[in-house]
Design a protein around this ligand. Structure first.
Ligand SMILES: [Zn+2]
Length: 486
C-alpha cells in the first residue's frame, strides 16, 4: 500500500523534470507587430528611400512573405486574429465596444507549454479588451499627454474639472523597448519566453515623436501635426484645401515616422543579438494593417479602417529562425494574420489542445510541400453607435459599416454588408478596375466567399450577428455571376 504513492510521486517528479527539460530546450518566440505599416514604404519591398535599414537587414536573415495580408483594417481585430488564429467574426473582437470572446490566445498555448509570457504595447486599451489574456507580464509605457494651458499658464479645466487634453500620443518605440528589453534579457527565469512587442510609431499623426523632417525640408512643418490632417473625406479635404505639396509632405512625414520605428526595432534586435538571445529565439515581424494615403478619390486620405483595400491589408511578414534557415527566401504564396500562430506553434512544438485554429502553418508553403492558399479573408466592423444619444446617423452608419473581403492573387471581392452591395476588383489590371463578373475566376471567388461565410457562421463567437446576415449576403451575392457548373 505504501509503495504505490511513492512510485506515483517519483513518476510525477520524473515527468515534471522531463517537462522542464523539454521546456528548456524550446526556443524563445518573439512576435513583433508594427502598427500601420505599408510594405511599399520599406526598402525590402522596393521603396527607394532608406526608410527601413534595420528591417531590411532583418528581412535578409528571414523568410519574407511577399503576399501577406491582415485579417482586418484596424488594430484590435487584426491583432486578435494574429494572437488567436481566428478570423474577426470567430474571435469576436470586432471593434472597441467588444472584447475578445472565450478564445485562447497564443499566450495561453505557450504558457501551458512552460513558457513565460509577456505583452509589451504602448496602447493601454489593447490590454483591456482581451488581448492581455494568458500573458503573465503586461507592460505599457505611459502615453505622452499635454494639457491646454490658460492665459495664467495653468491647465485649463473642462466642465468636470479635469485638465483639458491638448495632445495624447502613445509612447514611442524606445519606451516600449525600455519595458520589453529587461524582461526579454532576464536570465533569472529558466523558462523560454513568448513575447509580443507592439510598436505604434508609424501611426498617425505621422512622425509625431520626431523624424518628421528626415525626408523633406518643406516650409510648413505644422501640416500633419494634428489629427485634423487625417481621415480626410471629401468635405474635410475641401475645407483644408491642401496643395499637392502639402499632401506629399504628409506622406513624407509617414516615411519619417517609419524611419523612427525602424530605428527602435533595430535597437531591440541589436540588444538581443548582443546578448546572444537571437541564437535561441524565433522572431516574427508583421503588421496589423497598412494605410491609405491619397490613392483614392472616394476613400478618405491618410486613414486605414474601414477600407479593405490592399494599401490597408497588405502587410510585411518576416520569419527569422535561429539557425538561419530560410534566410533571404521570398515566398510569394498568399498568407494571412491567422497563419502566424500555427506557424509558431509548429516551430516551437507547442500544442493547441484541440482548440479551433483557423489559420495554417506557413512552413508547408515555405518548404514547397504544400500548395498556397487560394484565398485570404478580412473583415471590419466599427462601433455600433445607433443607440447612443446625439450621434449623427451618418456618423453612426460610417462607424458600423460592416465590410468583408475575400482575395485571390488576381481578384478581390468586397461585400459592403450594411449598404447591401458588392465590389469585384481585378487586381491584375495596372489600375484597379471592376473585374469581369461572369468569368470563371469570379464564380470561383464567389464560391470561396460562400464557403468562408458558412465557416464563420459555424465557428463564430456569440458576438457575431452572422446568423441573421448570412442569407441576405448569399442572396445579394447572386449577381456576381454563375459559372456553368453551378
Ligand atoms: Zn493598428
Amino acid at each position: 500500500m505504501t509503495r504505490t504513492p511513492l512510485i506515483t510521486l517519483f513518476a510525477c517528479l520524473a515527468l515534471l523534470s522531463g517537462c522542464n527539460d523539454a521546456a528548456k530546450r524550446k526556443p524563445n518566440v518573439l512576435l513583433i507587430t508594427l502598427d500601420t505599416l505599408r510594405p511599399d514604404r520599406m526598402g525590402v519591398f522596393g521603396c527607394e528611400r532608406d526608410t527601413t535599414p534595420a528591417l531590411d537587414a532583418f528581412a535578409a536573415e528571414s523568410a519574407c512573405f511577399d503576399q501577406a495580408f491582415a485579417n482586418s483594417s484596424f488594430t484590435p481585430p487584426s491583432h486578435a486574429s494574429i494572437l488567436t488564429s481566428r478570423y474577426p467574426s470567430e474571435h469576436g473582437l470586432l471593434h472597441w465596444n467588444k472584447s475578445l470572446g472565450d478564445v485562447p490566445t497564443a499566450a495561453d498555448f505557450f504558457g501551458s507549454a512552460g513558457y513565460r509570457t509577456g505583452a509589451f504595447t504602448p496602447f493601454p486599451a489593447l490590454l483591456k479588451i482581451g488581448l492581455q489574456r494568458g500573458f503573465e507580464e503586461r507592460s505599457v509605457p505611459d502615453p505622452h499627454v499635454t494639457h491646454k494651458l490658460g492665459p495664467d499658464g495653468r491647465p485649463e479645466l473642462d466642465q468636470n474639472g479635469q485638465p483639458r487634453i491638448d495632445s495624447y500620443l502613445l509612447a514611442p518605440g524606445e519606451e516600449v523597448n525600455a519595458k520589453a528589453l529587461p524582461w526579454l534579457l532576464d536570465e533569472s527565469d529558466d523558462r523560454p519566453f513568448f513575447a509580443w512587442v507592439h510598436y505604434y510609431d508609424a501611426h498617425r499623426p505621422y512622425g509625431a515623436h520626431g523624424g518628421k523632417t528626415k525626408y523633406n525640408d518643406f516650409a510648413s512643418p505644422e501640416v500633419g501635426d494634428t489629427e485634423k490632417y487625417y481621415r480626410l473625406d471629401e468635405v474635410k479635404r475641401e475645407k483644408l484645401g491642401l496643395t499637392s505639396e502639402e499632401v506629399q509632405y504628409i506622406e513624407d512625414r509617414y516615411d519619417g515616422g517609419l524611419a523612427r520605428l525602424d530605428e527602435q526595432v533595430g535597437a531591440l534586435l541589436d540588444a538581443l543579438r548582443a546578448a546572444g538571445r537571437l541564437e535561441d529565439t524565433i522572431v516574427v515581424i508583421t503588421g496589423d494593417h497598412g494605410e491609405v494615403f491619397a490613392e483614392y478619390e472616394v476613400d478618405e486620405w491618410f486613414s486605414h479602417d474601414p477600407w479593405l483595400t490592399d494599401e490597408n491589408l497588405h502587410v510585411p511578414l518576416f520569419l527569422r529562425l535561429p539557425d538561419g534557415k530560410y534566410a533571404g527566401k521570398h515566398c510569394d504564396e498568399l498568407v494571412e494574420g491567422v497563419d502566424v500562430l500555427p506557424t509558431l506553434c509548429e516551430l516551437a512544438g507547442v500544442k493547441t489542445g484541440g482548440s479551433q485554429i483557423s489559420g495554417r502553418s506557413m512552413l508547408g508553403v515555405l518548404e514547397g510541400v504544400e500548395s498556397g492558399k487560394a484565398f485570404v479573408y478580412a473583415e471590419r466592423q466599427g462601433d455600433d453607435l445607433t443607440q447612443q444619444a446625439g450621434v449623427d446617423p451618418e456618423v453612426s452608419k460610417r462607424s458600423r459599416d460592416r465590410r468583408r473581403m475575400l482575395r485571390t492573387r488576381e481578384l478581390k471581392l468586397v461585400e459592403f454588408v450594411d449598404r447591401g452591395h458588392f465590389e469585384l476588383w481585378d487586381l491584375d489590371a495596372e489600375t484597379v478596375s471592376i473585374g469581369d463578373q461572369n468569368s470563371a475566376a469570379a464564380a470561383n471567388l464567389r464560391r470561396g466567399y460562400i464557403n468562408q461565410l458558412e465557416r464563420l457562421k459555424r465557428v463564430a463567437s456569440g458576438n457575431s450577428a452572422l446568423d441573421s446576415e448570412l442569407q441576405n449576403s448569399l442572396g445579394a451575392l447572386g449577381y456576381i455571376g454563375h459559372s456553368e457548373d453551378e
